[in-house]
Design a protein around this ligand. Sequence first.
Ligand SMILES: C[C@H](O)[C@H](O)[C@H]1CNC2=NC(N)=NC(=O)C2=N1
Length: 124
Amino acid sequence: MADLTSKKCVPCDSKDIRPMSEQSANELLAQVQGWNLLSEGGVMKLHRSCKVKSFTKGLEFFQLVADVAEAEGHHPDLHLVGWNNVKIDIWTHSVGGLTENDFILAAKINSLHVEHLLRRKAVA
Ligand SMILES: C[C@H](O)[C@H](O)[C@H]1CNC2=NC(N)=NC(=O)C2=N1
C-alpha cells in the first residue's frame, strides 16, 4: 500500500468521488498516527488536537498547515482556542464525509517539522 504522503489529493468536485465507509476509514486510520475519527452531525471527520507553545506559535503552525492545504487543494478546519489548544478537523465537504484526500492531508500534516512549535506531552 503506497505511503499516503507520496500521494496527491484529487479535485473534490470530480463526479466519481464518494464518501468512504466507516470500516475503510478505520483501516486508513492506522496510517495517520495521532488522528481519530469523529462523527459530527452525521458527518465522519478526522480529528486531531495538540497544544502549542504560545498563541503566535499556534499561528505559525497554522501557516505551515495552510501551505500544505493550498498545495493539495484540500483544506482542514483549524481552531486555536484557549490561546494554546489546537484542534484540526478534516473531511471532504463536497461529499459530506471522508475520502482518501482527507487521509493524504492528515499524513502530510503529520510529516511537517513542527516540534519547535508544539508543547511536548507531559510524560505520565
Ligand atoms: C474545487 C474543489 O473541490 C474545492 O475548491 C475544494 C477546496 N478544498 C476542499 N477542502 C475540503 N476539505 N473539502 C472540499 O470539498 C474541498 N473542495
